[in-house]
Ligand binder design. Structure first.
Ligand code: PHE
Length: 376
């Protein structure tokens, strides 16, 4: 048999039938609305295979057109009908699945594990609230600081041991930022970087950018090359600065006293002991009466104390003092006009005292068995 006599009508209707068969073969695999839509596009869409065949209608002799038009409509309806049938089928399957789902009303779902604020963060926030109430603004500064702000403007001599590699993390400048020029580039503290060793550079930044009265606290992370049970290379400080006309050391002591009272409760004394920091004169360490044994302080004999205050009755908190005139000058303030004081102490230390945690490292190791004990 030769198909030489096959007319365009025969050919087209055969191909229509083939398309319908292809559709029916593909239909059971359509498992959702997207699958059905895909089939519709493939056969009946603008570029669909059946649509393409319909475009051949113009090529068949007019007397055959009617029959072919009918065949085309039948195939189109069969496809549309098939799609609809499958849609109903899928819907009823879904409904059945839904109905047969068994709900176990006795099932107790696992509770989502609630996170908690880290004890250091909770302590920092508590300190911020206390100082805000006393009228201080809370400011932040960069961890990678220029040496100039971390040391020079705070009156550290060029040979001060804190500037030693043993004490400080020096940071290489970004590639390309190094000074270029003939021979060895001159060392420039404004272009050399360190991980800040204290939060004091925030004081420098504030004095350079604000006119007094200045009343700020700067809490934040600082870095030193220390590592033992009570020292970590990364720890947190909070530093206070008050600058105005006529500020005195009595204001400092009253502020520290007010802070200790707000944080640890009433009845604890504060004392200042002479000490040296390059950026204050006079400088003092400040201690508070031990909040655990509340043993009588200085001058009263004998003082049993407790382990935490090493039987002295006092706990060292931090450093403080009147801002050195050289610091004012280097920060653009006239020391003949303004006076001020600063203090700084460890937030981690406060957290240890607040929660009775003996080892600083417990806070930083990220061990949930430890941290879960502080549901803040
Ligand atoms: N910046 C000092 C330190 O980190 C603490 C301090 C702050 C001392 C302010 C005096 C005045 O050790």
């Amino acid at each position: 048999m030769s198909d030489a006599k096959q007319t365009p009508e025969d050919d087209t209707s055969e191909r229509l039938r083939a398309e319908l068969e292809a559709f029916e073969a593909a239909l059971p695999a359509a498992a959702d609305e997207a699958g059905l839509y895909e089939l519709q596009v493939r056969f009946l869409g603008k570029k669909g295979s059946v649509t393409a065949l319909r475009k051949r209608m113009g090529k068949v002799p007019p007397e055959q057109r009617k029959a072919l038009g009918k065949a085309f409509n039948e195939v189109k309806q069969a496809i549309e009908g098939g799609l609809e049938r499958r849609r109903v089928e899928l819907e009823s399957q879904a409904r059945e699945r839904e109905l047969s789902r068994r709900v176990d009303l006795g099932f107790v779902p696992e509770r989502a594990r609630a996170g908690a604020v880290h004890p250091i963060t909770a302590t920092r926030r508590a300190l911020e609230v206390i100082f805000r109430r006393m009228g201080f603004d809370v400011l932040d500064g960069p961890h990678v600081e220029v040496e100039d702000y971390n040391f020079d403007r705070l009156n550290f001599e060029p040979e001060h041991p804190a500037r030693d590699m043993q004490d400080t993390f020096f940071v290489d400048p970004p590639a390309g930022a190094a000074a270029s020029g003939a021979g060895a580039a001159a060392w420039d503290p404004a272009k050399s970087f360190v991980l800040r060793t204290h939060t004091s550079p925030v004081q420098v930044r504030t004095m350079l950018s604000h006119r007094p009265p200045i009343r700020i606290v700067a809490p934040g992370t600082v870095f030193r090359r220390d590592d033992d049970p009570t020292h970590s290379p990364m720890f947190n400080q909070i530093e206070g600065l008050y600058v105005d006309r006529g500020v005195t050391m009595a204001d400092l002591k009253a502020t520290l006293y007010g802070f200790v009272r707000a944080f640890f409760g009433p009845g604890l004394m504060v004392r200042l002991r002479p000490s040296f920091f390059p950026f204050v004169e006079p400088g003092a360490e400040f201690d508070m009466q031990c909040p655990f044994c509340r043993a009588p302080g200085e001058g009263e004999q004998p003082n049993a104390g407790c382990g935490l205050c090493k039987h002295t009755g006092w706990i060292e908190l931090g450093g403080s003092g009147m801002v050195h005139p050289a610091v004012f000058e280097r920060c653009g303030l006239d020391p003949e006009v303004y006076t001020g004081w600063a203090f700084g102490f460890g937030i981690d230390r406060m957290a240890m005292l607040r929660y009775g945690v003996p080892n600083l490292k417990h806070f930083f190791e990220g061990d949930l068995r430890v941290l879960e004990q502080f549901p803040c």
